[in-house]
Design a protein around this ligand. Structure first.
Ligand code: KIV
Length: 262
């Protein structure tokens, strides 16, 4: 997938699939699938590092994970998440953060929200770096939202719609829409020319994104309504690990065939 393919997918009504990747090993597995593109999301702070929100993600954390993903999936389109406050500290620090993510191997950056950093978004795009927008539930605003919950019900819908228009007019090449009612996602999908990639935004989007660990069943405590689990990895992993313990304890591992001989 290249940058211009995003628009083509929308025009040809070919849904885009995006999955998060945080390390070499998962990126390698993802590169063997038919997934269109990878997102090194700031959800890495929660899923991999065990923090309770994405506020703990930093530029350094993002670059380490982008580098690892790039090594695991050298040919794939990689989206790098701009972490908490990285676009809100002024133009120069924002551009340094963009530079770090792009040099680490991202093909574009994803930025949460719109109001108050429209000019920064324009500057990044004018600098030749594609920007994917992210509206609806924006987890970096967790403290002001009060919880991870559906956004865009009632009057909020108009604000999200106008921000989506603004992001498109600023030159964003795609938009992630997280946890909004179906009807709002449908309106935005129809109005915008750029593709809308949903998570918890229903089927009326131009694509869907899920977190790797969630869709494979590696994060069993997280079970929002929108999530479909395609594998029960955690229970299979636990079973395999228990078998290893049993085999070591009963002496059946290692066997002669698994041992070196002089
Ligand atoms: O960080 C992330 O994983 C994300 C997705 C939920 C879209 O932004």
């Amino acid at each position: 997938m290249k940058i211009f393919d995003f628009l083509k997918h929308k025009q040809q009504r070919k849904p885009i699939t995006m999955v998060t990747a945080y390390d070499f090993s998962s990126a390698r597995i993802l590169s063997k699938s038919d997934i269109d593109c990878l997102l090194v999301g700031d959800s890495v702070a929660m899923v991999v590092h065990g923090f309770s929100t994405t506020l703990s993600a930093t530029v350094d954390m993002m670059t380490i994970h982008i580098e690892a993903v790039r090594r695991g999936a050298p040919e794939m389109f990689v989206v790098g998440d701009m972490p908490f406050l990285s676009v809100r500290k002024g133009l120069e620090p924002a551009m340094c953060a963009v530079e770090a993510l792009m040099r680490a191997g991202a093909n574009c950056v994803k930025i949460e929200g719109c109001r108050g950093h429209e000019e920064v978004i324009s500057h990044i795009i004018e600098s030749g770096v594609p920007v994917m927008g992210h509206l609806g539930l924006t987890p970096q605003s967790f403290e002001s939202l009060g919880a991870f919950k559906v956004q865009g019900r009632g009057d909020e819908a108009n604000r999200i719609l106008s921000e989506a228009r603004e992001l498109e007019s600023r030159g964003c090449f795609a938009l992630v829409l997280e946890c909004v009612p179906n009807s709002l996602a449908a309106t935005i999908q129809q109005e915008l020319k750029i593709p809308v990639i949903g998570i918890g935004a229903g089927k009326n989007c131009d694509g869907q994104v899920l977190v790797y660990h969630d869709l494979l069943g590696l994060n069993l405590d997280f079970k929002p309504k929108f999530l479909r689990r395609y594998f029960e990895a955690e229970s299979h992993f636990v079973e395999a690990l228990k078998s290893f313990v049993t085999d070591v304890q009963d002496g059946s591992f290692p066997s002669e065939a698994e041992s070196y001989h002089s």
